[in-house]
Design a protein around this ligand. Structure first.
Ligand SMILES: *Cc1c(COP(=O)(O)O)cnc(C)c1O
Length: 358
C-alpha cells in the first residue's frame, strides 16, 4: 500500500463488493467503490482523516446544507495505464478550482498536501475499482458541505469534506451522437457577480427546469447565453464550448459567469503547444449564424471531464437552426480527444505534468 506522509485512520471494508459489479454495464454515478474518505472540520480545525466503508451518513434534519445549500463539489477521473499504474488526471488543478469555489462560499478546505495525499491513498486502496478498459475510468467526487445543526442564515461553523469514487463506463458506448442544442433566452445559468464560476450545487439545481423544457422541445442540452444581453454564448449544459472558425479555435473568455473547466484549460494548453491559433473572446449567437451562412463555422464541440469532447450537431435559436452536418467528431475535436485520452492512459508522453500516479 501507498506510504503516506498524512496520518489517516483506515478502516477497511470487510465485505468488498467488487465481484458483484458488471463493468460492461455501468450507468454514470450509480455504483460506488468500497471506501470513502471523510475529514470533519470542527472547532476551526481539521480532524484526523478517516477512510471507511462506503455507506450512509447520519445527519440532523437541521443540517445547514440541506436548507441553504452551502456546499461545493469537484469531479475528476483516475485512469489505468497499460502497466497497471493509476493516473489521477490534473489532481492539483482540481484542488485549486475547489479552493476558489470554497472561497466564494466561505467554506474552509483542507490544505493542498492533505487533499492530494488523502485522495491518492483512497484511490490506491480501491485501485482494483479502476477499470482495465481504455474507455472506462474511476470518477472521483470530492465535496464539502456545512453541517451546523442550525437554521440560522449564516455560514456554517462545521463542515464535512467527503470523497467518494465511482467506476464509469465509456461515454461513447452507443457511438458518437452529436448533441442538439437550443438557446433558452428566458433563462440564465449564472449572472455576473453570482456563483457561476464556482462548482456549487445550486447552479445545477436551477438549470434542471430549463434543461427539461429544452428536452421537451427535442434538444439534448441548453446553450446558455449571458444574463445581461442574452446574446453571448457561455456554456453548453454542464460543459464549456469551443468553435472552429476558419481554422481558428475560439472559446468564450472566462467572463466570471463561466465555469473554468479543466478540460477547457487542457485543450487551450495543447492548442498553444501545437501553435494552433486560439481566441478567447465573446462569441455572439448572431455571429455564429452569420459565420455558418458564410461556411466559416466548421466545428462546434463541448468539453468536460465526462466525455472529454462532445460534438454539436444542431444549434437552435429563436426559430432558426444551424445544422453542422456532423455525424461524428470533427477533425479538430478528434485531435484533442485523441491527445487527451492518450495522456490519460499513458500512451502519449505527459509533457506538462498533468498525471498524478499511484
Ligand atoms: C464541471 C463543469 C464544466 C467542465 O469542467 P471540467 O473541469 O472540464 O470537467 C463546465 N461547465 C460546468 C457548468 C461545469 O460544472
Amino acid at each position: 500500500m501507498l506510504q503516506s506522509a498524512v496520518d489517516i485512520d483506515i478502516r477497511k471494508n470487510p465485505s468488498g463488493r467488487l465481484q458483484q459489479v458488471d463493468f460492461d454495464n455501468l450507468t454514470f454515478g450509480e455504483v460506488f467503490s468500497d471506501h470513502m474518505l471523510t475529514i470533519d472540520y470542527r472547532d476551526k480545525t481539521w480532524k484526523r482523516p478517516v477512510i471507511e466503508p462506503y455507506g450512509p451518513l447520519p445527519l440532523s434534519p437541521a443540517t445547514k446544507f440541506l436548507h441553504y445549500g452551502q456546499g461545493v463539489f469537484e469531479g475528476l477521473k483516475a485512469f489505468r495505464y497499460a502497466g497497471g499504474k493509476i493516473n489521477i488526471f490534473r489532481l492539483d488543478e482540481h484542488y485549486r478550482r475547489m479552493k476558489r469555489s470554497c472561497e466564494r462560499m466561505i467554506i474552509p478546505l483542507p490544505d493542498e498536501e492533505l487533499f492530494l495525499e488523502t485522495i491518492k491513498v483512497l484511490v490506491d486502496l480501491d485501485r482494483d475499482w479502476v477499470p482495465e478498459d481504455k474507455f472506462k475510468s474511476l470518477y472521483i467526487r470530492p465535496f464539502i458541505f456545512g453541517t451546523d445543526e442550525s437554521l440560522g442564515m449564516r455560514e456554517s461553523q462545521n463542515y464535512k469534506y467527503i470523497v467518494i469514487t465511482s467506476p464509469v463506463g465509456n461515454y461513447y458506448k452507443e457511438g458518437i451522437k452529436p448533441v442538439k442544442l437550443t438557446t433558452m433566452p428566458e433563462f440564465v445559468r449564472a449572472t455576473p457577480g453570482g456563483a457561476g464560476e464556482a462548482k456549487v450545487p445550486g447552479n445545477y439545481a436551477s438549470s434542471l427546469y430549463p434543461g427539461a423544457r429544452a428536452f421537451e422541445q427535442g434538444y439534448t442540452q441548453v446553450l446558455w447565453l449571458d444574463a445581461i444581453e442574452r446574446r453571448y454564448v457561455e456554456e453548453v449544459g454542464t460543459s464549456n464550448i469551443f468553435f472552429v472558425i476558419e481554422d481558428k479555435l475560439v472559446t468564450p473568455d472566462l467572463s466570471g459567469s463561466i465555469l473554468p473547466g479543466i478540460t477547457r484549460k487542457s485543450i487551450l494548453e495543447l492548442a498553444e503547444r501545437w501553435s494552433m491559433p486560439v481566441e478567447e473572446r465573446k462569441v455572439a449567437i448572431d455571429e455564429l449564424f452569420d459565420l455558418h451562412k458564410q461556411g466559416k463555422l466548421t466545428e462546434v464541440f463541448g468539453s468536460g471531464t465526462a466525455a472529454v469532447v462532445s460534438p454539436v450537431g444542431v444549434i437552435h435559436h429563436e426559430g432558426q437552426k444551424i445544422e453542422l452536418g456532423q455525424d461524428k467528431m470533427g477533425p479538430i475535436a478528434q485531435k484533442f480527444y485523441d491527445a487527451i485520452t492518450g495522456i490519460h492512459h499513458g500512451e502519449i508522453k505527459d509533457e506538462a505534468g498533468w498525471c498524478h500516479l499511484v
